[in-house]
Design a protein around this ligand. Sequence first.
Ligand code: SF4
Length: 120
Amino acid sequence: MSEQKLPVTRREFLVRFCAAAAAAPFLTSFGSANHGRAAIAPSDSREFASECPDADLTAEQVKTREGLQYVDASPHKDKQCKGCRLYKVPEEKDAVCGGCQVVPGPIHPNGYCIAWAAAG
Ligand code: SF4
């Protein structure tokens, strides 16, 4: 009588299951960590950087601005600076660029950064 061999032994199944379970958190965090970045290509920030330039900022302020991946034109239809609770409207009546509580420098109302938080 020949013994029927299962395609995967219990031991192999447990090894594979444990390996998948151990890898899952890394795969999940990798995906979420890159979610915002994947939507903002470096070329995008340079394309729209001229309307609210960071010319008068210190190196530290520019670093903060870049670290939060600020761009003048949001890649998200429903997430723009003007809808963010941290946005400060321009003080001058005809000015385009406002400000932000966390990102230094002029901020475009249609901009975006990874610190975006819904207003209201
Ligand atoms: Fe814009 Fe980011 Fe400031 Fe919100 S936190 S207003 S998204 S720059």
